[in-house]
Each structure stands twice: as C-alpha cells, then as structure tokens.
Design a binder for this molecule. Structure first.
Ligand code: DGY
Length: 316
C-alpha cells in the first residue's frame, strides 16, 4: 500500500502531480470551504502526510488521531495554526513556505498602506455609486505617503521587503524587532517610540504567545491621530476591540487590515461599520506565481520526508 498524503483543500492538480506516482494523494475537494473538523479527524487516521492551509487547526487532537503522520506541510509562511509542541513530541516534521512569498506579501503590505492612506476603496465607491459630483479642493484627501515616517513591527524578510519599497517613497523607516538588525535603511526603535513617531505602522511580526494582543489600547493611544495602522501578519496581534475604539474616536486616522482574529470576518462585524478602515480577505501572498511556488515547496517537503531525504523549510 502506498503512503497516504491528505491535502486539506482543492489545489491545482499540477501542484501535486509529481507525488501521485509514489503516493496515494487524497484531496478535500472544495475550494472555498475548509475541510470540516470531523472529516479531517477521520482522514488523518490513515495519513502519512498532511498538506494544510492556514485555516486548519492542527492541534493535539489531530496529532493524536494520526498514528502514521510524519509531516505537516503548511501552505503559508505563518504556522500559528499548528501546535508545534504536539508535533515535536511525536517527531512529526512541520514545514512552511518562506522566501517565495516575501516580495508578493511586501507588495500587498505597501498596496494596503497606499490604499488606506489615500482612501482608494472609498474613492472607487464614490465613482461607482454616482456620488462623485465635482472635483473639490479637500475632497477625498488622505495622508501623504512620500517622505513620511514608517514604523515596521517585525523586521524579518517581509519587513525588509516593505523597507525596500519605502525607499522609493523617500520614507524615514524605523523598526522594532525581537533582535536588533544591522540595516542600512532602517533604524531600531523601542516599540513605544516607534508608535509615537510613525505616520504609518505596519505589523509584520508572527503571531505567538508573546505577540498576541501586542497592539492594544495603550499602544494605539501612543500613535499620532494622523497615523495609519496596517496589519498583514495575523489578526490576533492587534486587539480588534481596542482598534475599533481608536478608529471610531479618531484616536488614529485609519487602519488597513488583511487579517482578522476570526476569518472570514463576519459581515455583521462592528469593524465593518467604520468608514476609516480598509479591509482585504487575507490575500498577502495571493500572486498566481507565488502561490504555485509555495505549493511546490510543500510538495517537495512532503516528497523528501516520505522518501527519507532531508527536508527543507522545517519549522520543527
Ligand atoms: C502566510 O503565508 O502566512 C500568509 O499569511 C498567507 O497569505
């Protein structure tokens, strides 16, 4: 019997075609609906490898239900959806998809920054809804980006990508990171200092026990009332209740979010009542070539692990 690979979402067949000659590849056949928990728990009973999405919670219960499991390969650079301790205890390899998504995610971060600063979504709606009556001297005005101060929280590969883009906008870049980096185009700052001085704050740190709720009421109160907060990392890092209050009371000027505590964001969520919030449906790495490159890394990791070779992009 061939080893079994379970893929938790419908992917382009070309992404796993190479694995099909040596392995039995089973796929949850829906594109938009994540695999239901009970089906995942059933499928993992026989699986040697799991190819997961960031929407799948791979916790102790899943690991316990999977006696043959050797690898979990996540289609994302983030892996906060996987219980690494539980995997480690069982000697299960976990991999992610770094590097290939860096530039695409940095593009999206910068696009969201620009869209938020210059109110692009609101402006587009004005045209389409027939509310564009005349050019007005202060109509649809936003915050200037060129020459502004940018604060990056979490200066990893994607942070460096955002910093490179900021050079073209002549921005003064500061960053806060667990470890100080020696960077030419960005200076280190303590978090409070960064929040006080930045015109744009971009959150790029991974979601961990330490970063959960890192941007809350106190942090938002330190920001300029003309500042924009951009989050393309993970929802849990920014306290959404505190952000709602800060936006509603104009304590900060605007925010742009690609990620949320609960995804998909319910359509009746109070955040959606705010005019100074730009929202996207978690599309940081959503470039066609990028997503295919991410899938290639997953396929390679699974193939290597199941054939006893050394596995790249291991997070444990
Ligand atoms: C990731 O890879 O972690 C991104 O959030 C996916 O868009």
């Amino acid at each position: 019997m061939k080893p079994i690979i379970y893929i938790t979402r419908k992917l382009p067949q070309e992404a796993y075609a190479d694995l099909q000659s040596s392995y039995e590849v089973r796929v949850w056949p829906k594109t938009e609906i994540p695999v239901p928990r009970d089906i995942l728990l059933e499928e993992v009973k026989e699986a040697d490898a799991l190819w997961t999405m960031l929407s799948d919670k791979i916790d102790q219960e899943v690991i316990d239900a999977a006696p043959n499991l050797k690898i979990v390969s996540n289609l994302a650079v983030g892996y906060n959806n996987i219980d690494l301790d539980a995997a480690r205890k069982r000697g299960i390899v976990v991999t992610n998809t770094p590097d290939v998504l860096t530039e695409t995610t940095a593009d999206l971060a910068f696009a969201l920054l620009l869209a938020t600063a210059r109110r692009l979504m609101e402006a587009e709606k004005t045209v389409r809804s027939g509310k564009w009556k005349a050019w007005t001297p202060m109509g649809m005005t936003g915050q200037d980006v060129y020459g502004a101060t940018l604060g990056i929280i979490g200066m990893g590969r994607i942070g460096e990508g955002v910093c490179r883009r900021a050079q073209g906008f002549n921005m003064d870049v500061m960053y806060h990171n667990r470890t100080r980096r020696s960077l030419e185009d960005a200076r280190y700052a303590e978090l409070d200092e960064l929040l006080k001085q930045s015109d744009f704050v971009v959150v790029l740190t991974p979601l961990t026990d330490e970063t959960r709720g890192m941007i809350g009421e106190r942090e938002l109160s330190l920001m300029k009332d003309t500042a924009c907060l951009i989050n393309v990392a993970r929802g849990g890092i920014v306290d959404e209740d505190a952000l709602y209050e800060a936006l509603q009371s104009n304590k900060i000027w605007a925010a742009g979010l690609d990620v949320f505590e609960e995804e998909p964001l319910p359509t009746n969520h109070k955040l959606l009542s705010l005019p100074n919030l730009t929202v996207l449906p978690h599309i940081g790495s959503a470039g066609i070539q990028t997503r295919l490159a991410m899938m290639k890394l997953n396929a390679e990791a699974i193939g290597a692990c199941l054939s006893g070779k050394s596995v790249k992009n291991r997070v444990c």
